[in-house]
Design a protein around this ligand. Sequence first.
Ligand SMILES: Cc1cc2nc3c(=O)[nH]c(=O)nc-3n(C[C@H](O)[C@H](O)[C@H](O)COP(=O)(O)OP(=O)(O)OC[C@H]3O[C@@H](n4cnc5c(N)ncnc54)[C@H](O)[C@@H]3O)c2cc1C
Ligand code: FES
Length: 268
Amino acid sequence: MTDRVQAPFGARAARVTAAERHGAYTVLRCADPDGPRPAAGQFYMLRAAERWGGGADERPYLPRAFSVLRAAADTDELHFLIEDVGPGTARLCELGPGDGLMLVGPLGIGFAPPREGRRPLLAGGGVGIAPLAIWQDQLGEARVLLGFRDAAHAPGAELLSGAAVATDDGSVGHHGLVTELLAAELDEDPAAEVYACGPPPMLEAVRALCAEREVPAQLALESGMACGYGACFGCVVATTDGYIRLCVDGPVIDAARLPTALTPGAGH
Ligand SMILES: Cc1cc2nc3c(=O)[nH]c(=O)nc-3n(C[C@H](O)[C@H](O)[C@H](O)COP(=O)(O)OP(=O)(O)OC[C@H]3O[C@@H](n4cnc5c(N)ncnc54)[C@H](O)[C@@H]3O)c2cc1C
Ligand code: FES
């Protein structure tokens, strides 16, 4: 098992230091001098310090969950990768240098090192590439396979090094699914441990093809999260050994514990 880095109690204020565009994605950087350095695969609950809850129907009200994209050991900066899919992500994408960001974290349990004799093989889909960037930073070297919808999203691949890219529409790299690249890699050399994050259908395909080949896999899942620290039970998912709260017992789960990676409430 990997270590859990414990979050300080309560929400704390951080200051945005930069907001960069990478195609359809925004990378939001902030200074977090009062928080511990996160482990790869952990996440934070974020909300803007101002104008949060002021949209249509006063949405968004609750903070939103984001994997840590990057956290260099020699700075107090945290990086997050955000795709604008609704009122919370839209507001976070508006933030710029000097703006306030309220955060709770690091939360959850991240990735564990590969089992002996196995090379790490990272597979990401869409905004799910985020936890794989910090994991690649920490591993030093790892083969990376990334899948995106189209050329507008493919610039996300710049955030990891040496990635092989697939796009659904064939506009960049392999024309097809990232799981096709993964299957080909595993057929060539199955002595791997797969680390994956992406939309539920992609994670379910990763789970199934790793199970067929008896390849261990660690999946960073999503589910609807209201609190992020175990209080609301909104993030429950089924495992072979019972229900778990994804925010405290995950979000990284060993694929062998999952009857399916199609988690309820994870709609995109
Ligand atoms: C552990 C974890 C890590 C995450 N990391 C990232 C990240 O690095 N970058 C990023 O952009 N997003 C990430 N997400 C997803 C992000 O939290 C949601 O996209 C966000 O809450 C949407 O808020 P909104 O107000 O913009 O849109 P909403 O209106 O709340 O949602 C827009 C659409 O997204 C769906 N949705 C909302 N929340 C989730 C969720 N948790 N999982 C799946 N679908 C959801 C809704 O069903 C709806 O279709 C993560 C989620 C979790 C649980
Ligand atoms: S998000 Fe509240 S218990 Fe997991």
